[in-house]
Design a protein around this ligand. Structure first.
Ligand SMILES: [Zn+2]
Ligand SMILES: [Zn+2]
Ligand SMILES: [Zn+2]
Length: 66
């Protein structure tokens, strides 16, 4: 068993809610902090950390791909 492989498969493929492209990792829409996983807590509020669009590197609320 390969643990790394398992983790990769467990990761959900995310979709940018704005343009429908792929999203990877999370970004805080307030301070611009980037993280690989959605944080449980964050200074600006965990719910401000949104999936990051891979096209423009912005959160799905600020996506400029369209
Ligand atoms: Zn997008
Ligand atoms: Zn923040
Ligand atoms: Zn985008």
């Amino acid at each position: 068993m390969n643990g790394t492989e398992y983790n990769r498969k467990a990761m959900k493929n995310m979709e940018c809610g704005k343009c429908g492209g792929s999203a990877e990792g999370f970004k805080c829409e307030v301070c611009g902090d980037e993280m690989s996983d959605q944080p449980q807590t964050h200074g600006c509020g965990a719910d401000r950390c949104l999936p990051k669009c891979t096209g423009c590197n912005e959160t799905q609320t600020k996506c400029t791909c369209l």
